[in-house]
Ligand binder design. Structure first.
Ligand SMILES: NC(=O)c1ccc[n+]([C@@H]2O[C@H](COP(=O)([O-])OP(=O)(O)OC[C@H]3O[C@@H](n4cnc5c(N)ncnc54)[C@H](O)[C@@H]3O)[C@@H](O)[C@H]2O)c1
Length: 262
C-alpha cells in the first residue's frame, strides 16, 4: 500500500474516451487513480501509456457484476487504502427502435448504466465516510434529458441515473458525500469520429448552439471540478456539458439558419 497523502479517485470505463481523459485529469492534479474497465487489454494499454505505475491501478471488471465490483474495490483498498472520489462513467448503448429492442438488450443497458453506479456507490460510500466525506459524479447523457429515436433503453437508463444521483445526494449528505451528474452532449471520442457520418456531424452542429462537438478534456474538466473542494456546496445537480443543446429546446431550423448567416 502506498502513502495515503494523495487523494484517490476511482474512474469506471477508464480504458478510453471520457473516462481515460478524466483519469488523466485527476493524475495531473496529483491524485492516485484506480482505472476500472471491462476491457482488460484496453485498460493495460491505457495504464502503460499513462506511464505512472505508482499512481495508477488497472481494475479489469464488469461494473454490472456485484462479485467483480466487490473484488475491484478490495484490490483498490489493498493498494491505496482510501477513496475520495468515484466517477461512474462506464456506459453501454444499444441504439434500436423501441419495438425491436430485446429483453436482453434492455436488461444489459440498465445493468451497466444504472445498476453499475448503484453497486459502485454502495461500496464507495463507507470508504469515503471513513475519510470524513467525498464526491461522486455519475455520467448521464443529454439522451436522459431529452427523448430521441432509437434510445429507449439508453435514454431511459440515463434519465434513471439522473434520479439515482438525487437519491444518492440526499441520503449520502449525512456522510459528507456530495453526488452530482454530468450530462455530456456529443463528444469527440474515437468512437464518434469513427461512426458519425458527415450528415450526423452536420445535424449536431446545427442542434448545438456552440456549433461543435465537446472535447473529452472539456468533460474531464467539469467532472474534476465537481469532485474538487471548489464544488463543496454543490450536490444533487445534473450539469449538462453540451454546448447549450439542452437549453435550446425546440428551436427552429430556419431561424438557426439565419443565425448562422449573421
Ligand atoms: N461520447 C459521447 O458523445 C457521450 C455522450 C453522452 C454520454 N456519454 C456517456 O459518457 C460515458 C463515457 O462515454 P465514452 O464516449 O467515453 O464511451 P466509450 O465507449 O469510449 O467508453 C466507455 C468505456 O466503458 C467501458 N465499459 C462498457 N461497459 C462496461 C462494463 N460493463 N463494465 C466496465 N466498463 C465498461 C468500455 O469498455 C469503455 O472503455 C458513458 O457513460 C456514455 O454513455 C457519452
Amino acid at each position: 500500500m502506498i502513502s495515503t497523502v494523495s487523494k484517490v479517485a476511482l474512474v469506471t470505463g477508464a480504458a478510453r474516451g471520457i473516462g481515460l481523459a478524466t483519469a488523466k485529469r485527476f493524475l495531473a492534479d496529483g491524485w492516485c487513480v484506480g482505472l476500472l474497465d471491462i476491457d482488460g487489454a484496453g485498460l493495460e494499454r491505457a495504464v502503460a501509456e499513462i506511464g505512472k505505475p505508482e499512481e495508477t491501478l488497472a481494475l479489469a471488471c464488469d461494473i454490472a457484476d456485484p462479485k467483480q465490483v466487490a473484488g475491484a474495490f478490495d484490490a483498490l483498498v489493498a493498494r491505496f487504502g482510501q477513496l475520495d472520489a468515484l466517477v461512474n462513467n462506464a456506459g453501454t448503448a444499444v441504439f434500436k427502435p423501441l419495438l425491436e429492442t430485446t429483453h436482453e438488450e434492455w436488461q444489459r443497458v440498465l445493468a451497466v448504466n444504472l445498476t453499475g453506479p448503484f453497486l459502485a456507490t454502495q461500496l464507495a460510500a463507507p470508504l469515503m465516510a471513513d475519510r470524513g466525506g467525498g464526491a461522486i459524479v455519475n455520467i448521464t447523457s443529454i439522451s436522459g434529458l431529452r427523448a430521441s429515436t432509437l434510445r429507449v433503453a439508453y435514454g431511459t437508463s440515463k434519465a434513471a441515473l439522473a434520479h439515482l444521483t438525487k437519491q444518492q445526494a440526499v441520503e449520502l449528505s449525512s456522510l459528507g458525500i456530495r453526488v452530482n451528474a454530468v450530462a455530456p452532449g456529443p463528444v469527440e471520442t474515437a468512437m464518434a469520429k469513427a461512426v458519425h457520418s458527415p450528415e450526423i456531424r452536420a445535424d449536431y452542429r446545427d442542434a448545438v448552439p456552440l456549433g461543435r462537438y465537446g472535447l473529452e478534456e472539456e468533460l474531464a474538466e467539469s467532472i474534476f471540478f465537481l469532485c474538487s473542494d471548489k464544488a463543496s456546496y454543490i450536490t444533487g445537480q445534473v450539469l449538462a456539458v453540451d454546448g447549450g443543446f439542452d437549453a435550446a429546446g425546440i428551436g427552429l431550423a430556419t431561424l438557426r439558419g439565419e443565425r448562422r448567416n449573421l
